[in-house]
Every structure is written in C-alpha cells, then in structure tokens.
Design a protein. Structure first.
Length: 423
C-alpha cells in the first residue's frame, strides 16, 4: 500500500498528518480467469541504483515500540493448514489425471459450485485465513492459489500488472492500490512431474496465468516479474496499513518492520514505516525514513506528500512550503483532490459545486464505490432521486466489503420507501 495525505491544492488548508499509504493489490472480484500466458512482459525489474543500507541500524526503532498484540511471522503467509491439505487430497488430486494440475486446481478453487470463494477487501488474509473464510482480496487469493500450487509441485511466478493504480480510503488514510497476478507452470524435471505425466490423460499447458481482473482487462496488459520476497513484503505492508487504519499503531510498526526486512527494495513498505513513525510522533525517524525513499525514488509523490506534512508538524514551514510547491508541479491534481473539494462544498451547503466535484472524481476513477456514494448524496440533496438511485446502485455493485454493500443497500431501501415512511 502507499499512503497519500489528505491534502488540497487550495491555501490555508491543513489536512491530517501522514495519511497516504499504498496497498499492494486490487481487483474486481468475481471468478478467477485462467488462460495460457499471452501478455507481453517488460522483463525483470532492475535493482535500485543505491544498495539498501542495514535497516536494523538505519530505519528501525524497535526500542520505541512494545511487543505487537498479534503473531507476525512471514512463514505463516503460505502455510497450508490441515483443512487445506484435506481439500487438496479430496477435491483436487482426484481431478488431476483428467484435467491436469493447473485446471484441476483452478476449477476446485474458483468454479462457482466448488469452494464458492467471495471477494472481500476487509483485510488481507494469509492462505489459510482466505481458505477458512472462503473470501479474500486479490492478494489473499493469489497467495492462497500459490500455496496450493506449490503443494502440487507447480512452478509459481508472480507478475506485477502494469495498469493504472486503483484508489481507496480507510478513514483519513488514502490508498494507492496496485495489482498482481500469478503464472502456474510445470517444473522441468523430478519425480512429481513424471508421476503426473505418466498418469494424466490431459496435456498440461506449459504456463497458465491466473488473474482476478475482468477478462477484457487482461488480454493485452503488460507485466513485470516479481520475486516472492516482494509478494511477502506486499502482504506484510498491507497488514501494516490495515492496522494503521484501525489505530493499531504498535502492530502497524511490527508489520511494516517485517515487510522492509523481507524486501528492503520494496519502497511502499518503507513509506508505510515512515507513516507509522509520523503517527507515533517520532518525527525524526519519520523524516529519515521518508528521505530514504526519496533518495532512491526522487519522484515518489507519496513519500513526498507525507514528508510535507512531517516538516510542517515540526515547525519547518518554509521547507514544507517549498516541497509542497514541488509536489504540486509533479502532481497538480492528486487522487481525492476533487473529492475533498466536494465534501467542503457539501459542508458549506453548496450542493451544485459538490455534485460537479464528485462527478469529476467519478469520471477519473469510475470503479471506486465511495465517489458514486457521495455523488448520490449530492443528487439526493438536489432532489434528483433517479440520479441518486443510479449512483447508489453503482456504489453497491462496486463495493468490496459486506459492510459497504449493506450500507448502500440500506440507503437504496430508504429511497424505495414512500416519502411518508422516510424519516
């Protein structure tokens, strides 16, 4: 996750401290799409020009944080529990001889009459948590699929999908959300491979990509390979951001700490660590960590916007102003800027301006449910009930948690009641 502070281009506006972070993965939910690999690739991601320093000595501050309230161990992420092993044995293995490993696995996990997985972005789950809950966000489903694939001795490769980042919001934390998928392939040799080939009536494809975007969205996408260490760091970073969103700053530190240890080159996790320090009022550590990101990625607007706020909070107004000016040059209309203007207009009772601002956000981020919800509120205030209903219906369709769906459906039910019944 990457975080972006809640900020506006207008003068004399102070937004909450360090409210910008980045989630690792997003998707549209629904059934997984499995297909032979056809997407173009840019080749491997090059290592940063600056070698990572020893994080234990330069960025981490364990002495400032008590022990976390939850177990944080990277080895748990892909671990199969007994229920997963039983499902693999009873539901997947019997179909391998007919379908091949890739199709047997994908069919058992994602066919509607099989496991019946649901998309839910409430939290990022480990493989066993996603299996137990029968739900997960895209990163959780990638991790669970990879865990089963490894147990089938399939080769697993992860890919960063080069699509525009999605956006999200958790309270005053604003999210930039990327997307990954995975490719399942045969191993070149080994007893497991020979056994599968000998007993199979199905010619397995060399490689098959599994993605959770809509089929029309992945036919021509470009990808870059990811190391598993980066995927692990993505998971841990997501958990750090989710902890931040609930105010669990201590846990957030330990999740972010583990993320940067697993992959020091994954800068979104380092940015999140900087946000944790800022929320914990460790401004020196926050500045050092955010400058670490900017030294390796000078155009990182997320770290830059967080640093703007840290500098302002430590009384360095001129430095903050200069950096903010540079940030506006790089990113003159950041995500949520029109949303924030719309909310200000709503508070001022200017519903027409609010409607126009929310409509601009919908136009540039049509898949984010909350923009449709706020546009519906503006329409409702303007007594344009048909337009309000259409936006609420769209918000419900796009929502990624049961909580949000229930909220939007309740609003729709309220619109459906006769006026005399609405209170």
């Amino acid at each position: 996750m990457t975080t972006r502070p809640d900020r506006n281009a207008g003068p004399n506006v102070r937004w909450p401290l360090a409210a910008a972070v980045a989630l690792a993965v997003a998707g549209a939910g629904g059934e997984a799409l499995a297909q032979p690999v056809t997407a173009a690739s840019d080749g491997p991601v090059s290592a940063p020009a600056v070698a990572p320093v020893s994080l234990e000595h330069s960025l981490l501050a364990d002495a400032r944080f008590p022990a976390p309230s939850v177990r944080i161990d990277a080895s748990d992420i892909f671990a199969l529990d007994d229920a997963m092993k039983a499902y693999l044995h009873d539901q997947v293995m019997p179909k391998v001889a007919v379908k091949g490993r890739q199709h047997a696995l994908i069919g058992a996990l994602y066919t509607k009459n099989e496991l019946k997985l649901a998309y839910d972005s409430t939290m990022t789950r480990s493989a066993s948590q996603a299996f137990a809950d029968r739900s997960g966000n895209c990163l959780s489903l990638v991790i669970m699929t990879a865990a089963f694939a490894k147990a089938l001795d399939l080769e697993v490769n992860y890919n960063r999908v080069l699509v525009d980042e999605a956006i999200g919001r958790e309270g005053d934390i604003y999210l930039a959300i990327g997307h990954i998928n995975l490719t399942l392939g045969q191993r070149g040799s080994g007893a497991m491979e020979s056994r599968f080939k000998a007993g199979s009536r199905y010619l397995e494809p060399d490689r098959m990509t599994v993605d959770f975007l809509r089929p029309e969205d992945i036919r021509s996408v470009r990808t870059r390979p990811l190391d598993e260490a980066t995927v692990v760091a993505m998971y841990l970073n997501n958990r750090a951001v989710e902890a931040l969103a609930t105010g669990a700053i201590i846990d957030a530190y330990w999740w972010a700490r583990e993320a940067v240890i697993q992959d020091p080159t994954f800068l979104p996790a380092v940015n999140t660590l900087g946000v944790v320090y800022a929320r914990h009022h460790d401004e020196v550590e926050a500045e050092r960590t955010l400058r670490y990101v900017l030294a390796r990625d000078p155009g990182n607007t997320l770290a830059m916007s967080n640093l703007v706020t840290v500098l302002a909070e430590t009384g360095r107004a001129e430095e903050s102003r200069k950096l903010a000016a540079a940030l506006v040059t790089l990113d003159p209309e950041p995500p949520f800027s029109w949303f924030l203007r719309g909310r200000e207009a709503m508070r001022a009772g200017d519903l027409w301006t609010a409607r126009d601002a929310f409509a601009r956000e919908v136009a540039r981020a049509p898949d984010f449910h909350e923009f449709h919800f706020w546009l519906a509120l503006a329409y409702f205030g303007l007594r344009q009930d048909a337009a309000a209903r259409a936006e609420l219906e769209r918000a419900a369709e796009l929502s990624t948690t049961r909580r949000d769906r229930d909220r939007y459906e309740a609003k729709l039910a309220g619109l459906a009641r006769p006026k005399s019944q609405v209170r």
